[in-house]
Structures are given as C-alpha cells and as structure tokens.
Design a protein around this ligand. Structure first.
Ligand SMILES: [Zn+2]
Length: 282
C-alpha cells in the first residue's frame, strides 16, 4: 500500500501526551466497558454504553487538534481524509452532505469519551454520541502479533471499518439495528458490524481513484485486509481465547462473514450492496 503522498486534513485529536484519565473517575463503568470490549476490535460502543449509562461518566478530555508529526499518526490522518474523498461524492449522489467524524482521537491506555471511559483493551471503536473514533495505536501491535494480521492495509481496514460506523450513524443504520434488537431479533449488532466491513470495502474500492493516485492499493493489500477480517471474526477470536465457539455471543460476525462482506463492498464499490439488514443470509 502506498499512502505517504495522500492528502491529510489534520482531523486528529492527539491525547497521547496526556496521562490515562478516566479510570479513577470512570470507576465501575471503566471495568464493565473493558470486560465487554475485551479482545474485540470495533465493538459497537452502544452495546457497552447501555450498560455504562447511569454509571459515573468520565471527565471529558481535550487533546491537541490538528496535524501530527509522527508517521503512525499521519497514516491515520491520510486514511480519514481518504474516506472523506470516497464518501463525499457517494453522499452527494444521494443529495446528502457527508460530514466527517468529529475527530480521530489517538490516546494511550484510557480516555474519557462521550460513551463512557474508553480503554485500549476494547480495541478501536466509534462513539456515536460525540461522533469520534477512538484508537490506541498499541492495537497495531496486537493486530500483527496476536491476530497475525500484517501490513498497513490491515490497519487501514480497521480505521475505515470504524469510519464505516460513522457513515452508519449519519444514515441512521444504527437506529435500525437498535430497533431490530428491541424486537428481540438476533444479530442486529452483527448486521451493523458486517455493514461496516462492507463500507470498508467500498472505501478500498475507490480510495486510489478518489485520491488522484496518491494512494495505491494493490491486490496483495486487499488480501491483507481479508486476512485481518478473518483474524478478528468472532469465531476465530473465541477459539483463541476460550478454545471453543459460542455462536450466541457473536457480535461482529464470523471470519467467513466478515471476509464476505468486506469483499462484497470492495468488488461492487457501492454502499447499496452493503444492505446487511435486508440480506436473507449473512
Ligand atoms: Zn465495528
């Protein structure tokens, strides 16, 4: 993957220099969030937020906004900006304005969010309440080490999956999933997660062209993305952590499902192909 020449918009809120805040203030909330989010990347914070609501809210933190000077941070900036380049015209065709996430927040260990205390053990996540993506870059080591998902494109897939949750928030898909959940239908959150995977595929399909060639994604990159999607499937994660698969507790989809929906988005390049809510089978 080539991204170094990609445009950046400086929509980064850098809290990495701040100490971990929120654990003391977050109290029980922090513990609950961490327990639920453990090992799962991109957990839908609403699931955890429902639990955390009523518990003590952590202090809101503000990091420095704008351009960052380190390579890891700049990579995130490029991917966020690239998602804008891809989603803006897609929204425009529907007569809707694409508003980017409020910020991608880089933090270490723990931080206050609009959805309760974020902790790095939760993995990257999107908070719809403040429309920010939260990311502790130590996750990249886990992604390569524990999950065995190598390559920069695997990281880009993760970031774009989270921005996919923002796209869902703009389009109201999260409300749709909540209604499914309220009716007691299974897999509302799985459908949401697989749609975010599909949106990450849509981003990958258009990123090169939308960047004017500043970003180059090749076939082996897409394979890395599929590898990452497989590595973070619920079944694979469960086998690693418990030695068995318990389908009832799936929230993100199996490895096969995640690969299928990412591929679908990539091959069709059209978000209307990502309607996991109407799909008869996932
Ligand atoms: Zn997700």
């Amino acid at each position: 993957m080539e991204w170094e020449g990609g445009r950046r918009s400086g929509n980064i809120e850098d809290r990495r220099g701040l100490g971990p805040v929120g654990i003391a203030g977050g109290g029980i909330g922090a513990v609950v969030l961490a327990a639920i989010g453990y090992f799962v990347f991109g957990i839908d914070p609403r699931t955890t937020m429902d639990v955390a609501q009523g518990l003590q809210q952590p202090a809101q933190q503000q990091g420095a906004r704008g351009e960052v000077s380190d390579r890891d941070g700049q990579f995130i900036d490029v991917i966020e900006t690239s998602n804008r380049e891809v989603w803006t015209p897609i929204f425009q065709r529907e007569g809707v304005e694409y508003r980017p996430p409020e910020a991608i927040v880089l933090y270490k260990e723990a931080t206050g969010t609009g959805c309760g205390t974020g902790q790095s053990a939760m993995g990257p996540f999107y908070c719809p309440a403040d429309q920010k993506v939260y990311l502790d870059l130590s996750f990249w080591r886990e992604l390569e080490g524990r999950f065995g998902a190598k390559g920069e494109f695997a990281r880009a897939y993760v970031v774009s999956h989270e921005i996919g949750h923002h796209v869902q928030h703009l389009l109201g898909a999260d409300q749709q999933a909540r209604r499914l959940g309220a009716r007691g239908q299974e897999s509302g959150s799985v459908r949401l997660e697989l749609q975010a995977d599909c949106y990450a595929g849509v981003w990958a399909a258009h990123a090169g062209e939308a960047s004017g060639g500043r970003i180059v994604i090749n076939r082996s990159d897409v394979q890395d993305g599929l590898g990452a999607a497989a590595a973070v499937g619920d079944d694979t994660l469960q086998k690693q952590t418990q030695g068995q698969v318990v389908p009832d507790s799936f929230t993100h989809g199996t490895s096969a499902q995640r690969m299928r929906w990412f591929s679908r988005g990539y091959e069709q390049g059209d978000p209307s192909a990502c309607d996991t809510f109407s799909a008869a089978s996932l």
